[in-house]
Each structure stands twice: as C-alpha cells, then as structure tokens.
Design a protein around this ligand. Structure first.
Ligand code: KMT
Ligand code: NI
Length: 176
C-alpha cells in the first residue's frame, strides 16, 4: 500500500494521478480518516484473515475479479459504478488477492487521497466515508470482500450529506 494526494487531472483514472512533486499520505494520516490497513504475509494469509474476521466480527466473505474476463458483460457498468464517488452504510473491507488497483478516499479536508493496493493488502473503509475505486492500467484485480452480515453493496452517490452514517462518520473523525 502506498498513498498520496491525487492530482485531480481530468485524464484516464487508471493512470497514477500522483502530484508532482508527490505528497505522500501515511498510514497514520489514513487512520485519522478512519481507514485501516494491514499487510498480510503470504505464509499464513488465510490465518491472518481469519483472525481479523474474528476480532472485527466479519462473518461472511466472497471474491470478486475485477477484469473484463471476470465481470463479462457487466464490466463497463461496474467500473463506472465503482468510480462514481459514493459511500456505504457499512464498512467496505477488501483483501487483495492478485493484481493492483486504486481506492480513492476523501480526507478530512475533502481532498482525494489515492491508495494503491496490491496482493496482500487488506483495507477497511469506514461506513460513511466518500470513496471510489478504479483498476490501474494492468486492468486486473482479484479481491476477497469481507462483510459483517449480508453483503450490502448499495453505493449511495455523493451528495448524501444528510445520511446518518455520513454524519456519524464525520463526528467520529472530528476529534482526530
Ligand atoms: C466498491 O464498493 O467501491 C467496490 O466494491 C470496489 C471494487 S472491489 C475491489
Ligand atoms: Ni464502495
């Protein structure tokens, strides 16, 4: 995982979009926005996932392959949905199994922070955070999706500032 401020240029979202000079964003800064991150080691990948699921009460999981092959006819629509700025009323938890991609999140000052993920990265976006996802130019990412109960994938597109999960999120990070 590596994170940095997004350059906000209007070019292909699958490019790096790193500002020049780069403005790195640390794991501590991400944590201040409520974003959690673990690097899982190859040797005991499953055991580490199981432990995090137990500690954080994630009961269910499935897998998604974000690629033309993996999503078939749904590819274009899914990619578009993923990159529309949105929030969820639950955590978005992803363990990257193969490939690479970008999660963009809005920081406390409403700036886009781009988080580059690769195999072994486990990322938790809190309920209520505005975010989006895109593949990079490799066009392939396989991820395990973890969830607490039944999957609630409904993305609520911005603006939804009156949403109670949005308000609770802003309150939770206000003291950071
Ligand atoms: C979402 O809700 O933004 C996603 O599920 C992104 C794709 S999973 C790597
Ligand atoms: Ni999402």
């Amino acid at each position: 995982m590596r994170a940095y401020l997004y350059d906000n240029l209007d070019t292909d979202c699958r490019e790096t979009h790193e500002q020049i000079p780069s403005v790195p964003v640390s794991a501590e800064e991400l944590a201040a926005s409520g974003v959690l991150y673990w690097k899982l080691k190859d040797e005991n990948f499953e055991a580490q996932i199981d432990k995090i699921c137990e500690d954080r009460n994630y009961k269910n999981r499935d897998q998604i392959t974000v690629s033309k092959e993996g999503l078939g006819d749904l590819f274009d629509a899914k990619i578009k949905t993923f990159f529309a700025e949105h929030l969820h009323e639950d955590e978005e938890i992803r363990a990257i199994l193969e490939g690479t991609g970008y999660f963009d999140i809005r920081d406390k000052d409403d700036r886009w922070v781009r988080i580059k993920v690769e195999a072994g990265d486990l990322i938790v976006l809190p309920a209520g955070i505005y975010h989006r996802f895109t593949l990079d130019t490799n066009n392939y990412l396989k991820a395990m999706r973890l969830f607490k109960e039944d999957p609630v994938w409904t993305p609520l597109n911005r603006p939804c500032d009156e949403n109670s999960y949005r308000k609770a999120y802003l309150q939770a990070i206000a003291t950071n």
